[in-house]
Design a protein around this ligand. Sequence first.
Ligand code: AMP
Length: 290
Amino acid sequence: MIIFAPVFQMSMELIQSSQELRNRLSEMKAKGTIGFVPTMGALHSGHLSLVERAVCECDNVVVSIFVNPTQFNDRADLERYPRNLDADMQMLRNTGCHFVFAPTVDDIYPEPDTRTFDFEGLDTVMEGKFRPGHFNGVAQVVSRLFSMVEPDKAYFGLKDFQQLAIVKQMVSQLQLNVEIIPCSIIREENGLAMSSRNELLSEEERKNAAIIYKTLTNAVKLTGKYSVTQLIQWMKDEINNNHYMDVEYVEIVDVGNLQPVKDWNHTGKILACVATWCGKVRLIDNMVLN
Ligand code: AMP
């Protein structure tokens, strides 16, 4: 007897205008919850882990692919940012995602967005200090995308820890009705946090960038043995001793308010955060220390 196994063909729709998205989603909303994964494309397994979680938890899943100009404070970085919609569609095909929303800049910003947000100090440290205006741009685009998708849940990676804190702050400031779901950092085999920017690294740089993860995991072991200041210096030296690396900052902060921690008597969770250049590519990573 021949048994025919059923073949499930997931259909996934590419939508390129906000109007079309609104039309399609208004039908879907009646049928269940909406999960949303905002991305800038050049997808990798880190992004897919967010999509897979959304598919498990929501009836309809929208993934946006939009390289947001307002969050780039460096024009060269914006121009260099990898873009490949066909490859991204291919990556998403078997995830169970329903809609890929890939709008144009004019659709997201029919006129310039002049809003400024108050992040209560979350934006004055680390990424905010080195990339002025970056988080205001993130809040602009995420709030616009949220108003188009109207998701029940939105998924963000812990790799961009500060971004996650900023998005939560924006949601509470604008009193939006969306649950923000933090998702674990997905790493390459050598420990390097997956990132679209890793595509821009040479093979040698990619290999050497494993020093970031190695330093973070060793920092966990040294927590409490060195003072906070000594540990920061030790981490900077460890990473900078690799001649492919040029550290921008190492910070040890409270996970809630992202302010620097002075000593290990600190109550609450403590996070070590790193930003370093590897050649022309800027990489970030973080790890909870306690
Ligand atoms: P991006 O396309 O870089 O804007 O990232 C889109 C989303 O994917 C953000 O919420 C990121 O934090 C998340 N993400 C990026 N890389 C990773 C990773 N390696 N592991 C988990 N989430 C990630």
